[in-house]
Design a protein around this ligand. Sequence first.
Ligand SMILES: Nc1ncnc2c1ncn2[C@@H]1O[C@H](COP(=O)(O)OP(=O)(O)OP(=O)(O)O)[C@@H](O)[C@H]1O
Ligand SMILES: [Mg+2]
Length: 236
Amino acid sequence: MSPADILIDCQDAALTFGRGPNAVVAVHGAGLRIRAGDRLAIVGRSGSGKSSLLHLLAGLEQPTSGTVTWPGLTGPRDIGLVFQGDSLIPALDVVENTALPLVLTGIPDDRARAAALAALALVDAAELADRLPEEISGGQAQRVTAARVLAQAPRVILADEPTGRLDHATGSRVLDALLTAADETGAALVITTHDPTVAARLTARRAMRDGRLASADDADTDRADADTAHSLGEPS
Ligand SMILES: Nc1ncnc2c1ncn2[C@@H]1O[C@H](COP(=O)(O)OP(=O)(O)OP(=O)(O)O)[C@@H](O)[C@H]1O
Ligand SMILES: [Mg+2]
């Protein structure tokens, strides 16, 4: 396997917020390699460091120690991040928000708009196209955030609890859309979740506990004690 097969190489990367007595170690030296075609779930409870780890992988945060590099990518720009929280621009309507990353890379408005509408349809959100972010629900905003990444067709999709605010059927549909898009484009897909049935739909699982990313074999322990009340879909 050549180094270029590794899209993201995270070596002993740590992330600490604050300093001194108030310092919070969100991620302790995490080692992780993402390759094309990977379908990885990062499973852990609230506050375990999942979002912090994804932000390191996406280049949004600089590791406090260790390294994150993108040997098989042009850089973090080849990565699409489905944010956990609100990330839509209030002054733009849903289709403009979805098309924005494409417009910013120089794709003409009409083509970007067509791609955005197609991506919105994949998450059953096409009918929201003309609404402003303040006029849609939290779960609808989460689907639009997923559509914004699907429209980009990035080489790596990092999705931060993409089903966290959705009912079972809708969450399952969004997961289907992410998996199908990754299959069609050959992208790697990394999803964070606290839901074992979401994790079961990916091919590999890594548990995160108190900022520590466990080895692959450890993930099932975490799945067993995770909350199944919000389970989604069927394990494949
Ligand atoms: N900007 C920040 N400043 C200080 N501490 C932070 C910051 N962001 C996160 N933390 C802390 O880092 C730890 C990990 O947070 P993180 O958001 O990565 O967890 P998570 O697993 O994504 O949780 P959730 O499932 O609730 O989204 C937590 O203790 C959190 O309070
Ligand atoms: Mg999080």
